[in-house]
Write a protein that binds this ligand. Structure first.
Ligand SMILES: NC(=O)c1ccc[n+]([C@@H]2O[C@H](COP(=O)([O-])OP(=O)(O)OC[C@H]3O[C@@H](n4cnc5c(N)ncnc54)[C@H](OP(=O)(O)O)[C@@H]3O)[C@@H](O)[C@H]2O)c1
Length: 269
């Protein structure tokens, strides 16, 4: 492969595939090697689908890599980082996408002054629309930051925040998609109670949500869009008033807090 930047993915699951397929579509000069530990069939499948190299022994590919991207489970990190530690060179960048593994953890586990970054994408990386948040370690060079931005940009929009904010806001960018899908399920159930088929209920609700998301994408201001649909004293206003009576805002706030509390418990465990 005659390409200038080599990225080694440790982990070959859904998130790794979303990221490297985005990179391959958008960037020309990245060479990609993808590794896992057990699932040989998965590597064969990926090699057939994409212009990548694959390996079941990633340690041999570290030396030639500019960037090592950890896309394995959080629980695998301790062992992977211990193996990586003696292999890492000063000019290499280590990125993780694992929940709960921030730059300070990576910097402690790797040689002093290693360049590290923490990227927290969401499942929409699959369709190139992940709203990702990220925090950078203390030793990244300008060139590494530029490369990191290209990698992140390959799966959607992104925002740099502090390490603590990645912990706190993963509830919004990572978990709240599940809240939204749950909202869709609830509306589907409500639609079904009016005597239409499941397929009709699904079409009505999904297309309404997709159309509303497109309006948000175009106009960017949810309150204004809501007001356009809500004539004072009208039918929609009665629906919104019911949501308010049932404390819609504080309900969502509580869901975010509960998500963060559980993430903290899991982090300690
Ligand atoms: N999916 C999401 O929406 C999402 C969002 C944000 C962050 N993340 C993070 O992304 C990471 C990967 O998630 P995923 O959804 O892609 O998981 P996944 O589909 O389960 O993939 C995990 C991959 O890691 C490999 N692996 C496990 N232990 C390994 C080891 N010791 N050495 C090398 N490879 C190893 C697995 O293959 P083998 O078992 O064959 O080794 C598998 O290819 C996780 O840390 C997760 O927290 C995921």
């Amino acid at each position: 492969m005659n390409k200038s930047i080599h990225i080694l993915f440790i982990g070959a699951g859904r998130m790794a595939e979303a990221i490297f397929s985005g990179i391959l579509q958008k960037e020309k000069n990245f060479a990609i090697t993808v590794a896992n530990q057990k699932d040989a069939e998965r590597l064969t499948y990926l090699k057939e689908q994409y212009q990548i190299e694959v390996t079941s022994d990633w340690s041999k590919s570290v030396e030639t890599s500019d960037i090592i991207l950890l896309a394995c489970p959080p629980s695998a990190h301790e062992k992977v980082l211990a193996t990586l530690n003696p292999l890492i060179k000063p000019n290499q960048l280590v990125i993780t996408v694992a929940a709960g593994i921030g730059p300070s953890y990576l910097e402690k586990a790797l040689p002093a002054k290693t360049s590290v970054a923490w990227l927290m994408p969401n499942t929409a990386a699959d369709v190139g629309r992940s709203m990702s948040i990220y925090a950078l370690g203390n030793y990244m060079t300008g060139e590494q930051t530029e490369l990191f931005t290209k990698i992140v940009g390959a799966i959607g929009p992104a925002e740099q925040v502090t390490e603590q904010q990645v912990h706190d806001l993963t509830a919004i960018t990572g978990s709240a998609p599940a809240f939204l899908y749950y909202f869709v399920e609830a509306l589907e159930a409500a639609a079904l109670s009016y005597g239409i088929t499941k397929e009709q209920a699904r079409k009505l609700v999904l297309e309404m949500v997709i159309g509303s998301a497109a309006m948000l994408d175009k106009h960017r201001d949810p309150a204004k869009l809501r007001e356009q649909v809500t004539s004072p004293g009208g039918a929609t206003a009665a629906g919104i008033a019911t949501l308010d009576e049932q404390h819609f805002f504080s309900l969502l706030e509580s869901a975010v807090t509960a998500t963060n509390n559980r993430a903290k418990e899991q982090g300690k465990a």
